[in-house]
Structure formats: structure tokens, C-alpha cells
Design a protein around this ligand. Sequence first.
Ligand SMILES: Cc1ncc(COP(=O)(O)O)c(C=O)c1O
Length: 437
Amino acid sequence: MDHPEFLLSRRQLLSGVAATAAISSMGTSAQSAKSAFTLGNSGNQSADKLASDEGFWRDVASNYNSTQGIINLEHGYWGKMAKPVLEAYDLANKKVNTQNSYYARKNFPEDMRQATHKVAQALGVQDGEIVLTRNATEAIHNLIRQYQGLKPGDAVLLADSDYPSFKSTMHWLQQDQGVASIELLTPSFADQTQLLQCYLDAFEQHPNIKLLLLTHVSNQHGLVFPVKAIVTEANKRGIDVICDCAQSWGLIDYKIPELAVNWAGFNLHKWIGSPVGVGALYMKKATLEKIAPYPGESDSDNSRAYTRVHTATANFAAFMTVPAALDFHHAIGGDNKEARLKYLRNLWFSEAQNLPHIEVLGGKDKMSSTGMSSFRMAGKTSIEEAKKLQQTLENDFGIFTVVRKGLHSGACIRITPQVFTAADDIQKLVDSLKKLA
Ligand SMILES: Cc1ncc(COP(=O)(O)O)c(C=O)c1O
């Protein structure tokens, strides 16, 4: 079967950036190994310069099916697949539903191994340190529930800005293990120094902390936490860290060693653009003893990360499409994506900061910021007020957003553009914000 050509058109073709598309890298599952897409850029511009090149980003956008009838600024939920990735996914689905168990039993393990290898490579770690999961939640819940380092009287630390379900699981340790769960109140508009200080103060006040849930990028307002600095300080005090990277990978550009974490959970269906249903667990080699194998795990080789999850039958086609998603992600460039998303954020954030009726939430400086940020009407912190604001934006201005309600400082509206969002759409948000006065 022929596979369509994937073409990211551009005024000038980018030398050196040509990605092998989609299922071409899928070994046995590939229907065709010939296709390639080519990504243009604008003459070796730096990521920061390219960020404002609307022509380049229009070309990128042409590789996605566009949403009709609304300006969608709620892309923190999951990431739409680019057309080449969707095509690879369709082919994979077709293959699975044609070859059925004959494929799944004989060839899928090798395709899964290749997908895992690509993820490990992209994250800068070894293959055996990565296990593909159905989502970040599967990875992080297992890490928390299977953590063995607690005894009654110990404490665990989480933050108001963590992901709500993980906060609940950390609090559940209180009844399950007889430990204290402490919820840190983090500033909603902050820089790296303030965020580190916040954790240092908590470590000082609670010397019995043994386990920390640390979020790299908060789903509430896109704030980037200084993971490496916090982990370094935690480790000095004998505190283990589980890092939630569900929202960060692809929204910002990094590799795991830069974070210095031992255990982390990721999503590929947010900013890497895989089909929904792909996450990853990272466990650094030789750090597995404190995380028990999945209950009842029969493999006697306890030293391997895959014994910490039991995913069972899942969406084969989603995993088969991982190489295509990563190829497309790399073709745009992780650094280019990060810079473009931050640029779009700054277009509205810098204006909103000067509007007295608006309070902005998120990173104060470049290091603490992502493309995702939040706002609320000044002084209006209730969930009801935030819901009303979300409705006004949707019904009166045609802008779709989402309410976030986990922060101690109150509820807010989260704004999350994607790589296919045009600067003009952000301008419409700015115009709307001004009219909210
Ligand atoms: C910071 C953070 N952690 C965890 C998750 C959970 O991701 P998933 O539902 O894909 O497991 C999300 C999803 O929005 C998130 O933003």
C-alpha cells in the first residue's frame, strides 16, 4: 500500500531538517517505508527569531486539521495529531484490525521496543529506563502507591499547584501509611528563586519529609518549577522525589538528565502529539529498590522498570504511532516549539499585566514561563466567578478556555495556544480582555 507524501511546505526548504515520516520507522508495522516530510524554516533563524515568523508557523499549521467555529485556547488537555501522524495512526489501526492477534502476538513487541527506544533517545536516557504507559497518571500513580520508603511519623510533601489527582493520591498515603501529608502553598506568579525558596522553607519546617511530589510544569498556570535545584536540595536531606513531567515534555525542550530526577512520569499525547493513550514512566537505572514491583508481578528480575507497571491490553495503534509523532515533533524542533509557544503567551500576557482589572498567573521570568499561563479578574477568585468568565469568553468572544481550580490563591482561566495557533487569534484574546473591564 502506498503511503502519502508528507510535506510541510515552506518558502525555503530547511537544509538538514528532513524527517523520516510516520510509520516509515515502524519496522514490521510499516505499510510503506518510503515516505518523508520536509520541514521548511526561515534561513537558520534562531528559535527566538523564528518564533514570530507567522509564515513559518502558518506552514506548520497547514499540517493540522483546523478547529471550526471557535478560537480554541485550551490545548493543555491533549495535543491534536498533525496530519502525517494521524495518517500513520490510521494505517496502524487498519493493520491492527486486519492482522489482529497474528500481528499483536508476533510483531507488536518489536514495534513497542522500537517505540520505547525512540522515546528513551528523545529523553536522553537508556531504553531499559523507560516503560510506555497509557498516560502519565498510570506512571505517577504507580510510583506513589508502590513507594516503599515510608513509616508512620514520616511526612510527604505536595503542592497546591500539583495535578489534582496526584494531590489526592499523596493525601491518601496519610491513611494508607500513617504519614502526614503536607500541602505547600506556592506563589501563583513567581520566578525560580521564589519557587526554590518555597521548597527550602518547607524542608526546614518539616524535617520528617521523606517523599516529595514535584511538578515540572503546573497544569494550573504553566509555571515551571526549578526541578534540578529542588531535587538537589531534597536529596541532601534524604528526601525522595517523584517528578510529574506530564505537562512539560514538548511544551518545553529538555532531556531527563537536566532534571536530575530518579523517577518521573510523562505524556506523549500532550505536547509530543501522539494519539491519545501514550505516556511514559522513567526510572533511573539502579534506583528501583524503593519502588515495589506491581503487586503480584511474577518476573523475578526485580531490577527492571517494566515490572513497576502492568498495562495489559491497550491501544496497539497508539503505541505504533509514537515514532511518527516524535519524527514530526523533531521536524518542527523542540526548541522552536518552546519558543513559539512562549512568544504567543507573551503576546497576551504582557498586555494583560498592564490591565488593572486582570490578574495574571504563571512565570515571572523566562525560565519560569511556558506557552501556558492563566488569569482571573482582579479580586475574583471563586470557582463560580471563573466559570462565568469562561462562559463570557466562549459565548461573547468565541474563545474557548478552561477553568482551573486547584490553586490556594483561587480559581483561574487557563490559556494554552498550540503550534498551529495564529498570532491574530491571540490578538482577539487581548481585545476581549480589554473589553472585560
Ligand atoms: C501536570 C499534569 N500532571 C498529570 C496530568 C495527567 O495526565 P493524563 O491524564 O494524561 O494522565 C496532567 C494532565 O493534564 C497534567 O497537566
